[in-house]
Design a protein around this ligand. Sequence first.
Ligand code: ADP
Ligand code: MG
Length: 292
Amino acid sequence: ATPMSIMVGVGKGAQLGLLVKNAEALERLERVNTLVVDKTGTLTEGRPKVTHILPAAGFDETSLLAAAASLERASEHPLADAIVAAADERQLVLAEPQDVNSPVGKGITGTVDGRRIMVGSAKYLASEGMASDILQGRADEIRNAGATVVLVSISGRVAGAIGISDPVRETTPAALAELKREGIRVVMLTGDNSVTAAAVAHELGITEVEADVLPERKGDVVSGLRNGRRVVAMAGDGVNDAPALAAADVGIAMGTGTDVAMESAGVTLLNGDLVGIAKAIRLSRATMGNIR
Ligand code: ADP
Ligand code: MG
């Protein structure tokens, strides 16, 4: 493509809410036939709220939430923000967490008031030897409604679960419809549990889903598709999406997300509206087509 056509493309891109960091990314958009898309904060709004608090036998809602929120003050994850906000709403007094460790894509561990607390995925707690069988049935009910469940342990015992819901963005169904019209294959990629992922995918009519994926593996999934001769755009918002954004032919960061994501991507969707991507792909196909 000539520099002129790229400039026209960049200008049109801006009208669609796309901030183009490198012109090559825009050029590559023309050939994209696969969009890998993160769930939380990309298909969904990224403003999760606590909807369920399920204490295990011997614990109560208030102490469960207070322990989890005290620890989550140390995290910037959207799920952590939701838990802290729920505690603030109930005007709970929170303690200062100590010795905090927060493995990306898993959860967080630390000491609160002298007790070891963990908050995170069922897989993460299981990896530390904590079984959550007692809560399994109720947790799956919440997951089947498309919400995320995090487990909380206190002093080595599972103390309960917290259900957190993040609505699908209003613009997501229209964006997916437009991508379908353009013949783009859509793959959902998420660190969330497979039951939650399947529920959201079903609601949106997405048939390809990779769930329970750790951040480094997100990059591998994108590379795998590229090795299978797919031209891949990846859309994501989180720190956990950075490896996948960097591995894609075109990385697309949500402007509503983290700086790390935007630094790893060639394109930023300023308002987080995925319709912008679908239109940009169509436009890019048209623009590049015109100058041949
Ligand atoms: P996604 O791919 O949906 O954006 P992440 O990779 O950020 O998700 O996280 C994957 C899973 O790890 C979450 O669904 C949650 O169970 C757990 N997790 C990650 N960070 C936290 C945290 N700070 N507090 C609780 N759970 C967390
Ligand atoms: Mg995300």
